[in-house]
Design a protein around this ligand. Sequence first.
Ligand code: AMP
Length: 185
Amino acid sequence: MLFIGPPGSGKGTQAERISERLDVVAISTGDIFRANVKGETALGVEAKKYMDAGDFVPDSVTNKMVRDRLSEDDLGTGFLLDGYPRTIAQVDHLDEILATGEEKLDLVLQLTADDEELVHRLLGRAKETGRSDDNEAVIRHRLDLYHEQTEAVVAKYAERGILTQVDGIGAVDEVAGRLIAAIEA
Ligand code: AMP
């Protein structure tokens, strides 16, 4: 299963919930990058300059990281990818990985929310967490990239008939309920 949504749509929070509820591993590319930045690994040093500017980490770096993560043996009966793929090149790469294994994509969930609501939420989060990519100019740039590149990804999965859109506005429990209903459907 994939989780796609603009920055601030609650992807990470909801992916964790669904992962617990369904007992599947949640893999967040944003979290893996942040852990590497914190640990000052070579990958983290490389990724940080893009993340701070609100840019995508280059596909070559991101794709390799995801390939490595998906080759680990803790995936069990399935997995949920949060924040990947965000570009068409990443979709192609994921297709290649899946073509060589047993798994196939069952469902792509897209969380939707209005841009101004997202900017408002992210500015609130910036005060709480101090994330270095949560200031207004960077937030708007991340939203632009979502519209320019990730919406094409969403369109591709819609064409394949595996996309479900879920309204991301509301309390965490309310949105989680909508997601569970979408998965059950
Ligand atoms: P997130 O926590 O999902 O908002 O991701 C935080 C940052 O990590 C993004 O703004 C990008 O710089 C980077 N990142 C996460 N996932 C990807 C991806 N699939 N492709 C490129 N960059 C990514």
